[in-house]
Design a protein. Structure first.
Length: 196
């Protein structure tokens, strides 16, 4: 087993002593966030964080990928890199396939939530619903033609089939994250802080 360095802290994969060779080639995951003040929307520029994963035996070392990723994917990814099996209640998917082949897509979309809105990012589109089942509005942006998200296509009748499909996928993902993990006590957070 290899140690994992996560944000500068050495975490050992197991309780035994670290072998010198393994310690010399750890798995490293570096991520950060760019501040609360920019995370008050579900637009593209507020939903990204830097992510660097390095380690031995990664075929795509030094390359980047456009594969969608979520922060809940960190644990399963590091577990697989260390040869460990994550507990069944852990959310997320391993990103190791994209670390071996940058064209691989371990997940088809990424989910983001802020306040009463949920956003789904696919390779091409960002679809957002505000309020329960989109009652407070929806947004659809085509990143192939509008990477700055300036033209909301949610009101375009020509996009109705796409919106129905993305809305269904979004609601499936929301239902999944709302499920209580088996064997884990989940705390429901009530955000009383308001942003001006």
């Amino acid at each position: 087993m290899r140690p994992v360095i996560l944000l500068g802290v050495l975490l050992l994969a197991g309780w035994g002593p670290v072998e010198t060779q393994a310690a010399a080639k750890p798995n490293v995951l570096f991520a950060t966030e760019h501040g609360y003040h920019q995370k008050t929307t579900l637009f593209e520029n507020a939903t990204h964080v830097p992510l660097i994963i390095a380690g031995p035996n990664l075929k795509a070392a030094g390359q980047s990928t456009r594969a969608p990723a979520e922060m809940v994917d960190f644990y399963p990814t590091l577990a697989e890199l260390c040869g460990l099996k994550p507990p069944p209640y852990v959310a997320g998917v391993s990103l190791v396939p994209a670390l071996q082949d940058p064209a691989a897509l371990p997940r088809q979309n990424a989910l983001t939530q802020f306040a009463n809105g949920y956003s789904l990012r696919t390779e091409r589109y960002r679809y957002t619903e505000w309020g329960e089942n989109g009652q407070a509005g929806a947004e659809l942006y085509d990143h192939e033609n509008d990477p700055a998200e300036m033209v909301n296509l949610a009101g375009d009748p020509a996009q109705a089939a796409l919106i129905q499909s993305l809305s269904g996928t979004l609601r499936e993902r929301i239902a999944m994250v709302r499920q209580k993990p088996e064997g884990v006590t989940q705390i429901q957070f009530e955000n009383r802080r308001r942003v001006p």
